[in-house]
Design a protein around this ligand. Structure first.
Ligand code: ATP
Length: 267
């Protein structure tokens, strides 16, 4: 499918470019049909957060980088949308934190798994777990195809990063005693609520920031432990909801759409 040209001066150019990327990868079989719908839900929440990384998200990103860097066996779980949006950055993150990469899908088919693996390899990945017969272990608490995991990856992992996850699997992984890091624009989703560390941000902003912070913290294990000790996910999640509420109240008081334009110019 030929993608359309987005005029750079379009007020929502970046958001449209992301959409086009997903549509392109949908045609190539990387993104599932439901992935397009899930993205729409994410976009709506991104509008509410002001399409920028909030202070609370930055705090969670620091905690997430610390958890990945101090893990014994960290795994980054990748689905279609994540691969379509941030394949290179996922590979970078895995390199910096020495995490393994595993494909895990709700809508599993060998073709999709292979397309995602190919995309990750093109982005520089040397190893991609969880494809085909490699996903031979099962998480018994789960009914969906998400239950199939690689015995060398998610099954053994102590820390799992799950960008764009579903609530069931987050809950199951936490029950298995794993530290689960979620990236989800919706602070109310079960994923956001059940994860150990919740980053309420868009993956396209959160993953590059995670790479940057992990690079900075890499040499300082003591600091990583300190950050983790002082991080309270419940409190942070509550504060991220409060900051959305406060932003909306301010915009409502200052005149809606016009105030939104002013806010953009202030950036
Ligand atoms: P849950 O099962 O956790 O309650 P859900 O039913 O909303 O969540 P999905 O339908 O799998 O789960 O939706 C995916 C989630 O991913 C949504 O909460 C959406 O806000 C979020 N999301 C979509 N695109 C992005 C993105 N680019 N960055 C961050 N989050 C996103």
């Amino acid at each position: 499918m030929k993608s359309i040209k987005i005029p750079p001066e379009h007020p929502r150019a970046e958001s449209l470019r992301i959409r086009e990327r997903l549509i392109e990868h949908f045609s190539e079989g990387v993104v599932a049909t439901a992935g397009l719908i899930a993205h729409g839900r994410g976009e709506a929440f991104d509008y509410l957060t002001g399409e920028k990384t909030a202070k609370t998200a930055s705090k969670a990103i620091k905690a997430a980088a610390s958890a990945l860097l101090t893990a014994e066996r960290a795994v980054v779980s990748v689905n279609g949308n994540t691969a379509a949006l941030v394949a290179e950055e996922i590979v970078e993150l895995a390199n910096v934190t020495k995490a393994r990469i595993e494909v895990n899908l709700f809508y599993r088919s060998l073709e999709r798994e292979m397309s995602i693996k190919k995309l990750l390899e093109k982005a520089g990945a040397h190893e991609v777990l969880g494809v085909g017969e490699d996903a031979s272990a099962k998480i018994l608490e789960l009914g969906s195809e998400r239950r199939r995991v690689d015995p060398r990856g998610i099954l053994l992992a102590d820390v799992v990063l799950v960008p764009l996850e579903d609530g069931d699997r987050t809950e199951a992984l936490v029950k298995m005693g794993k530290t689960v890091i979620a990236i989800d624009l919706n602070p109310l989703s079960r994923t956001a609520q059940k994860a150990t560390i919740t980053i309420v941000d868009n993956v396209v902003r959160a993953i590059p920031k995670l790479v940057e912070i992990a690079r900075k913290l890499k040499q300082d294990v003591k600091k990583c432990h300190e950050i983790l000790l002082n991080f309270d996910n419940e409190k942070n999640l509550a504060e991220s909801m409060t900051s959305i509420k406060e932003r909306l109240s301010k915009l409502a008081e200052e005149g809606g759409y016009l105030a939104l334009e002013d806010e953009k110019h202030e950036r």
